[in-house]
Design a binder for this molecule. Structure first.
Ligand code: NAP
Length: 561
């Protein structure tokens, strides 16, 4: 009975290296890896050893016999990735054993051990720290603006995707490595400058993600009742800067513009039974609002056709198994038209799922999600608050309008300029070459400065995509250190703690994060994984109960003087 990869696949490739028979593809060395929506187990070659199960950080792999009913479509999906073969032929003819990619090798200098500041603590940051700390003697200091780490895993992954959030266990393990120090609740650029970090480290690696969202520039955006799906996700997840977002759910219709995975997440949360959400780590304020919600229909409007849907197939399968998802007759016809011409097997699979969706004309028995196509947003309607949205029917001169009490754009994230670093405003990334920040004026690397994750490559891919992205950056950084191009810190490590403390007396250490984590888990009781703190003050207060001091007493004594 083979194993099967399911919806929460993070694509970090850990399973590929664990598999003794090379039956998981695409592997990180194969061309399709960077763009794959998930990884797939070859059912013919799988020897059912379970090594991949232990390696997977997000619990996405299970033996076929143990799948939940809603996971069964993934059996065919895994198998469909592989070609039909003659009986008895196990390994797909084109594959070779996935090479174990060695961690970047640091030529350690005892008198000048590699010391790196990482700014941000999301997946790209933690995978970069992991890569660096595979080598003994390396020191990594991770700086994070919030008192809690892990970026979008905490504040962006939907609360009903708890398996995906399990990757934090891997990150917790990394943070316990020797040589790792957390400086949480410290904002680089405000509390400490880039130059100060460089003076204390060989290199500064920015993995700050893409914190803004792309804005839709049409009349009416900004009216009460309009907003963005990414802000909504942050509000649902209890991000402390979004707790006061004015979310009103007392209208029946919601329109989401854009049909990526974020739109699917928001539509699913808005239409899921709040009693089910009550078993997740959703923020209390969001759960309370959802319990009062009057929403009956969420329309996810895409400007292009079904074959160009931005959501991934695993997420579509997950959505259709959890919610009532329908298409109207026009869109069913578009799906059939695309099916008649689509050649790409992945797109065909998506279209097949879409073609089986119910008909929007059948009266609904509960909140429903409707996928709508070829709708280009033109303007928002309403005077003191939104009442609807007008779309151009893409490729025509006709328009149509949908009533809506809430219009959320979900058209992607956007990177933000980092103080003291160059920025490519058009692409919204920091210009770089393999992670080395490049000064566009001089066409040369900016000394000791690197990027990884969404601020390096733009807001695409999944959590695990950041593993190979971070590895590439770490390779560049290590090459520069080995070549003697990076200046060692001019100041002793304790001086950094002293500096940070003097600027942020309430800096939160790993022990402080552990105290927050344990307090949230305890607040969650028996039925929830955790009940999150949603204010910085509460987080800092919980961190202050940590039994260990945040930083060595000697340093605190110096600071108090
Ligand atoms: P996305 O996948 O890039 O989707 C953006 C959507 O916005 C597309 O439908 C795009 O349409 C549309 N759009 C862009 N500009 C528009 C405009 N001016 N007017 C109308 N529509 C417009 O973005 P996302 O959903 O924010 O996701 C970001 C990344 O995070 C993706 O890689 C995603 O897979 C990942 N993510 C993954 C998960 C998961 O695995 N569970 C969950 C959330 C996010 P066009 O295609 O026509 O440009």
């Amino acid at each position: 009975m083979p194993h099967v990869i399911t919806q929460s696949c993070c694509s970090d490739g850990s399973c590929v290296y664990a598999c003794p028979v090379n039956c998981i593809h695409p592997s990180p060395d194969e061309p399709g890896f960077a763009t794959a929506e998930m990884l797939y187990i070859d059912p013919v070659s799988c020897v059912d050893c379970g090594a991949c199960v232990s390696a997977c950080p997000v619990n996405a792999i299970a033996p076929q016999a143990k799948l939940q009913p809603e996971q069964l479509p993934f059996v065919a999906l895994n198998a469909a990735f592989y070609p039909d073969r003659p009986a008895g032929e196990k390994v797909p003819p084109t594959s070779k054993l996935a090479p174990v990619i060695a961690a970047p090798k640091v030529d350690a200098r005892e008198s000048d051990p590699l010391t790196v500041a990482i700014v941000g603590s999301g997946p790209a940051a933690m995978y970069a720290a992991d890569e660096l700390l595979t080598q003994s003697g390396v020191r990594v200091n991770v700086f994070e603006r919030l008192p809690t780490p892990y970026g979008l895993v905490r504040a962006g992954v939907a609360p009903d995707h708890q398996n995906t959030k399990r990757v934090t266990r891997l990150f917790d393990e990394v943070s316990r490595s020797s040589g790792f120090t957390f400086y949480l609740n410290v904002e680089v650029g405000l509390d400490v400058s880039h130059a100060e970090l460089l003076a204390h480290h060989h290199a500064v690696l920015y993995a700050v993600g893409a914190p803004h969202d792309r804005r839709l520039d049409v009349d009416g955006m900004g009216l009460p009742g309009t907003g963005t799906a990414t802000e909504m996700v942050a509000w649902i997840n209890g991000h402390p800067e979004y707790t006061d977002l004015p979310v009103e759910l007392e209208h029946e219709q919601v329109v989401l513009v854009g049909n990526g995975n974020v739109a699917l997440d928001v539509a699913r949360i808005l239409t899921t039974d709040p009693d089910a959400l009550a078993r997740t780590d959703i923020a209390d304020h969001a759960l309370a609002a959802l319990r009062q919600s009057k929403i009956t229909e969420v329309v996810i409007a895409a400007r292009r056709g079904p074959a160009q849907s931005a959501f991934t197939l695993p997420e579509l399968i997950g959505l259709t198994s959890a919610c009532d998802v329908v298409l109207d007759a026009t869109d069913h016809a578009l799906v059939q038209a695309d099916l008649a011409t689509a050649e790409d097997p992945l797109i065909r699979n998506k279209l097949e799922v879409l073609s089986k969706l119910g008909d929007a004309s059948v009266p609904a028995t509960g909140p429903q999600i409707r996928l709508a196509y070829r709708l280009t947003p033109e303007r928002i309607l309403g005077s003191d608050r939104v009442s609807g949205i007008v779309f151009n029917i893409t490729g025509t001169d006709r328009t149509c309008h949908l009533d809506a009490g809430l219009v959320l754009t979900s058209i992607g994230y956007r990177g933000k300029a980092i103080r003291d670093l160059p920025f490519d405003d058009a692409a919204a990334v920091v210009p770089n070459d393999g992670g080395r920040v490049i000064d566009p004026q001089k066409g040369q690397p900016v000394h000791g400065t690197y990027v990884a994750g969404w601020i390096k490559r733009g807001p695409t891919g999944f959590i695990g995509t950041n593993k190979s992205c971070a590895r590439e950056t770490v390779q560049s950084l290590v090459d520069d250190y080995n070549a003697g191009l990076l200046h060692g810190p001019r100041i002793k490590p304790a001086a950094l703690q002293k500096l940070v403390r003097s600027r942020r007396p309430d800096v939160v250490s790993a022990a402080g994060w552990k105290a927050i984590d344990e307090a949230e888990i305890e607040r969650g009781g028996d039925h929830r994984p955790r009940d999150k703190f949603t204010s910085v003050a509460d987080m800092v207060a919980a961190a202050a109960t940590a039994p260990e001091p945040s930083f060595p007493k000697r340093v605190l004594a110096v600071v108090r003087h």
